[in-house]
Write a protein that binds this ligand. Structure first.
Ligand SMILES: NC(=O)c1ccc[n+]([C@@H]2O[C@H](COP(=O)([O-])OP(=O)(O)OC[C@H]3O[C@@H](n4cnc5c(N)ncnc54)[C@H](OP(=O)(O)O)[C@@H]3O)[C@@H](O)[C@H]2O)c1
Length: 357
């Protein structure tokens, strides 16, 4: 490992003690992690929140990702490299980086975190840490779905229900950047935002069913699931793809996104049966991808933000000691854009010490 100023032994972190309610997460003191040979140790300056954080806490995702508890929560961050493994080539100590951390480790809600070299990118000089921390998970999801799953091209019409949230605020702008026309859904609370982001058609989902006004679309990117996802099949034309990141995983999710075997593919085959039947009836394709961490794709997003093609929408910024309030706000499902926490500069006193991390 190539160190700079030595990291302290202990750090403050937001720790999941057991699966369940918010009371099972605590701010406490845990050991600072050590980077491996292809990893960076990052002093976290800001971390973004995502629904995956409270879904993990509740244990909803245990079938796809099981963590040894207690574990430090948090999936995306921005900060400075303070040490690096001896095989790291692309980053030096002092670099400002942002990343979606490895899914099997998490750890972004802490003063220090380990990041794979391949998952990180340099933060453009025009962005502060809080804004950069809001980009990785939602931005990568939007970019990877629109580019790699829907292959969005100029002139296409794309339906993106749920445009006012973290993923939607990136997806509308990236789809517009790729030259598509975008229809989205929002409540009156989110309408002004989605219009400002470039949505061509906005349906107030509290008043109107999208399928009663939209038809013949070239693709759909669902962020809501349930009845909204069902309607997407009626809105696209035959031959189109309906992608959801909020519905049910399907066999390709296990195979392509998770590299898992027949057991999980069979489970997802059953879970997605009615959605795939709905797709077949329409002559459409149903796909549920998991986003993947990628430093290369993050650099692409950084360019889009730096060029002004994409604005990062931050709903609110909380100090790290109020992360429980930030999580509650996220879990209310009403955030407009992203929620971020910013870290204290030093390892100050903590509320509890947490054993076993
Ligand atoms: N598979 C993957 O790799 C992946 C990656 C990222 C995210 N996801 C999933 O994608 C989903 C969206 O994530 P997110 O970060 O965008 O969530 P989010 O930021 O929490 O979304 C909140 C927004 O959703 C809007 N909303 C709530 N109900 C709605 C409805 N029925 N119709 C339209 N808009 C509605 C809210 O607007 P109002 O307050 O105005 O209602 C709010 O602005 C989550 O389920 C998340 O877990 C999956």
């Amino acid at each position: 490992m190539i160190p700079s100023t030595p990291a302290p032994q202990l750090m403050q972190a937001f720790v999941l003690k057991a699966y369940g309610g918010p009371e099972l997460t605590v701010l406490g003191e845990v050991p600072v992690p050590k980077p491996g040979s292809r990893q960076l140790l990052v002093r976290v300056r800001a971390a973004g929140l995502n629904p995956v954080d409270f879904k993990t806490r509740r244990g909803d995702l245990r079938i796809v990702q099981r963590y040894r508890l207690p574990a430090v929560l948090g999936n995306e961050l921005a900060g400075e490299v303070i040490a690096r493994g001896d095989q790291v080539r692309r980053f030096g100590v002092g670099d400002r980086v942002f990343a979606r951390v490895a899914k099997d480790r998490m750890g972004a809600f802490a003063q220090f975190a380990v990041v794979e070299e391949d998952h990180a990118a340099l933060i453009p000089a025009s962005l502060n840490f809080a804004t950069a921390a809001a980009i990785p998970l939602a931005g990568l999801t939007a970019l990877q779905v629109l580019r790699d799953e829907l292959h969005v091209a100029r002139g296409q019409r794309i339906f993106i229900p749920g445009g006012a949230g973290g993923v939607g605020s990136f997806a509308i702008q990236i789809a517009k950047h790729l030259g598509a026309q975008v229809a989205t859904t929002a409540s009156p609370r989110g309408e002004a935002l989605v219009r400002q982001l470039g949505a061509d058609i906005v349906i107030d989902y509290t008043q109107e069913r999208p399928a009663s006004v939209l038809s013949g679309f070239d693709g759909a990117f669902d962020l809501i699931g349930g009845d909204t996802l069902e309607q997407a099949f009626a809105i696209v034309q035959p031959g189109a793809t309906v992608v959801s990141v909020a519905g049910m995983p399907e066999p390709q999710t296990a195979l392509k996104d998770m590299g898992r075997g027949l057991g999980l593919q069979a489970l997802f085959w059953v879970a997605s049966f009615s959605l795939r039947r709905r797709a077949r009836q329409r002559g459409a394709r149903y796909r549920y991808p998991f986003m993947h961490p990628s430093g290369e794709d993050l650099s692409e997003l950084a360019r889009l933000v730096d060029d002004g093609a994409v604005k990062v929408i931050v709903d609110s910024v909380y100090p790290f000691e109020r992360i429980a309030d930030a999580m509650a706000k996220l879990e209310s499902g009403r955030a407009k854009g992203k929620i971020v926490v910013t870290m204290p500069d030093t390892t100050g006193p903590t509320n509890h010490s947490v054993d076993g991390v």
